[in-house]
Design a protein around this ligand. Structure first.
Ligand code: FPP
Length: 269
């Protein structure tokens, strides 16, 4: 950690770190345009931001970090040349980072419709996650070909299929718990903090169910300029917020604190 990062770290309350941080990495194209470079140069520069953010999160003891790398929409709506470049960049990242992920005790996982990705990418993904499967520290989840609405559709389909295998509709149990248990993120607690770079104020179809109570932190920093320091600044901002989960924070009649607690799932598996 450099001086600025260690100062930011010292300002944090380590007892109240977010248990799961989700990041919408945005602004690679604008970063490149400002430098009169092709968009892919922004994506390439974005890898250094991924590396720094992941290492800082693991070192300060964040249990789970989820990065929105490609949405289903990115995959379907961007020019083939850009998508191909992103796929090659991802494969390169997966190969090159295994050592660093293992050095930081990080487990790598994915969410999204993986089966729609090119076979070669799926193979690299499987190899990288297997190579880190025995680690016991932070869970790093890459959202690849991910769409929150597709995730919810998949969850309802698997609930319906389970009911049909188990005696039909009478056995269909639809509760918050059963839906959560059929999402791709079933082993993770809901994010406490969602960070979006480049100033946009949208969730862009990312973890719509899971972000119900998350604190939202938007920074103007473009993704390729984001580093561990900016992550620590986001956590500092998160720690200044009052989280209410729909309850009252301050009871004006008694003057007592009334935080309606919400049970947080622990990171599993
Ligand atoms: C959004 O910027 C970024 C992406 C769609 C791709 C994210 C990919 C990386 C950060 C690099 C590779 C990732 C991994 C995990 C190795 P944009 O292109 O939408 O930017 P713009 O809004 O400025 O055009």
């Amino acid at each position: 950690m450099d001086r600025k990062e260690s100062d930011a770290y010292l300002r944090l309350d380590l007892a109240r770190l977010p248990q799961h941080i989700a990041i919408i990495m945005d602004g690679n194209g604008r970063w490149a345009r400002r430098r009169h470079l092709p968009r892919i140069a922004g994506h390439r520069a974005g890898v250094a931001a991924v590396r720094s953010t992941v290492e800082t999160a693991a070192r300060i003891g964040i249990p789970a970090l989820t990065l929105y790398a490609f949405s289903e929409e990115n995959w379907k709506k961007r020019p083939k040349s850009e998508v191909d470049f992103l796929m090659r960049l991802l494969c390169h990242y997966l190969k090159a980072e295994i050592k660093t992920l293992n050095g930081n005790n990080i487990r790598l996982r994915y969410i999204g419709r993986q089966h729609e990705l090119p076979a070669v990418v799926q193979r690299e993904m499987a190899e990288a996650s297997e190579a880190t499967a025995a680690n016991t520290g932070m869970i790093l989840t890459l959202a690849l070909n991910y769409s929150a609405r597709s995730e919810i559709v998949d969850a309802f389909r698997s609930l319906a299929e389970a009911a049909s295998r188990n005696g039909g509709l009478d056995h269909l149990e639809v509760t918050e718990e059963s839906i959560s248990q059929n999402l791709y993120t079933r082993d993770l607690p809901d994010p406490d903090l969602v960070v979006r770079t480049s100033g946009e104020m949208r969730l862009s179809n990312f973890l719509l169910w899971q972000l119900a109570y998350a604190e939202i932190y938007v920074t103007q920093t473009l993704w390729p300029d984001f580093r561990g320091l900016q992550l620590l600044e986001g956590i500092e901002e998160y720690q200044k917020r009052e989280r209410r989960y729909g309850g009252l924070v301050h009871d004006q009649t008694s003057g007592r604190e009334h935080i309606k607690p919400r049970v947080h799932a622990q990171v599993k598996g």
